[in-house]
Design a protein around this ligand. Structure first.
Ligand code: HEC
Length: 247
């Protein structure tokens, strides 16, 4: 093959390969004060559920920047009064989608629903008004059936399997009693022991082939996870279980 042809092929590959390898992702530089309180652990998986786009926190330059007192106002720290704003640093379809979500009603509700010790932390300002706490928008009836099938071998999920489950595993009713139960259920696949055996379609990474799950895995879609959350919301908050280790 002539050198010129080889070079031509290399040039073609160079333009095609990065696109093929590209994940739907966007980088975010966020004020360190925001990283400390857990807002991103709460909000970013929700954005990914909706869009399939992963937001990666970056310590340096990033596609999107959220800092105090700059950019388009997004939310206000309720106790400190500091307003955080967003700036698009690097234009691109995913960065734009993330910006749109942050300023949308659903993005603003997500941020307003974030709680620490059962207290809201931020007031949404992009829509110019206080928004109500977001519900886990799912179908509770479907969620109950799913919970029994997928979670019931370890957890007591309700009356229907109250003598089942594993004694050392907290019941859903006991978890529902915790002030931040909503956060726990909205990211339960990131909390031990679930990551080693749980996959949420389009959200979690595939299992590592070198260390496959030691027990029968759980597969869920994002909608099914929301259905389970809605079912848990209907549980009465009476104390049924022993204490659980908190993370
Ligand atoms: C193989 C057993 C097993 C299965 C299946 C399982 N869990 Fe769990 N789960 C546990 C154990 C054990 C804990 C307690 C962890 C602890 O105390 O740190 C737990 C804790 C939790 C917590 C609280 C986590 C925390 O750290 O706050 C949530 C929420 C939860 N599970 C949701 C679910 C849901 C929803 C399903 C079904 C889709 C499910 N689990 C399926 C074993 C399981």
């Amino acid at each position: 093959m002539a050198i010129r042809q080889v070079l031509a092929i290399c040039a073609v590959l160079a333009t095609v390969l990065p696109v093929a390898a590209q994940e739907k992702s966007v980088t975010l530089f966020a004020d360190p004060a925001l990283q400390a309180n857990g807002l991103w652990d709460y909000a970013l998986p929700r954005f990914k559920l909706k869009t399939g786009i992963r937001v990666q926190l970056s310590g340096e330059s990033a596609d999107v920047r959220i800092i105090a007192n700059a950019g388009e106002p997004l939310f206000e720290h309720i106790s400190g009064g500091v307003v955080y704003g967003v700036t698009l640093e690097q234009d691109g379809p995913y960065a734009t989608r993330f910006m749109d979500w942050l300023t949308s009603d659903i993005g603003q509700r997500t941020i307003a629903a974030f709680r620490v010790d059962d207290q809201p932390v931020f007031r949404a300002v992009a829509v110019g008004e206080m928004v109500e706490e977001a519900k886990l928008l799912g179908n509770a009836g479907i969620g109950e059936a799913l919970a029994l099938r997928k979670c019931g071998r370890c957890h007591v999920v309700g009356e229907s399997n109250k003598y089942a489950g594993i004694g050392s595993t907290p019941s859903f009713a006991a978890l529902r009693n915790l002030p931040d139960w909503r956060r726990r259920f909205s990211v339960f696949w990131t909390l031990a022991p679930h990551p080693s055996f749980t996959q949420v379609e389009g959200v979690t990474e595939p299992f590592n082939p070198a260390s496959p799950p030691a027990i029968y895995p759980i597969f869920l879609t994002p909608d099914e996870a929301a259905d389970i959350g809605s079912y848990v919301e209907t549980l009465e908050t009476k104390d049924l279980g022993g204490p659980i280790r908190t993370n």
